[in-house]
Design a binder for this molecule. Sequence first.
Ligand code: 5GP
Length: 194
Amino acid sequence: MRELEERILKDGRVLPGEVLKVDGFLNHQVDPDLMFAMGTEFAHRFQDAGVTKILTVESSGIAPAVMAGLAMHVPVVFARKHKSVTLIDDLYTAEVYSYTKKTSNHISIAKKFLQPGEKVLLIDDFLANGQAVQGMFEICDQAQVTIAGVGIVIEKVFQTGHQMIVDRGVLLESLAQITSFDGDRVHFASEDVD
Ligand code: 5GP
């Protein structure tokens, strides 16, 4: 998505550890117009997937997920993060290792918000090694729902998450695909296409 790539080039900063900082429009301050355009793009890309619900993880997945839910007219549920979960009777839970914080959290969702038979679209802000998406897969498996696809705002295709999702046979759509960081420079997969 050209608008997103241009914004990354304008406002993104490359940090050590192959982390892209985009707190000016996605991870801290949020640009609603760009989020709306991204939600519309997700709705377009998954229009034939029969989506009945969107699942994301707090907090940075919420803005793009809500905009996709608005465009697709389906509810959005976000997994909550906890250090540990003790009262789990009414919850689906999974453990997720955070790429940026280098700690493990549990994510959880109240069982009543994921009913068997639903077709769930997973949305997140970044895809790196796929831990967050893997945690959402585990929750979907516990809930016995169908995964309609994975929608990512910014994918770093050189990390391992991409292959993990492809190996599971799930449709993956990313609005910006970063192929490499070269110092401060960000390279996109779209540069390789004529
Ligand atoms: P994964 O679980 O795929 O390894 O990493 C995805 C999660 O880590 C995302 O939910 C996001 O919060 C965070 N993350 C991974 N890479 C980046 C990055 O380059 N920049 C930012 N801001 N967050 C990232």
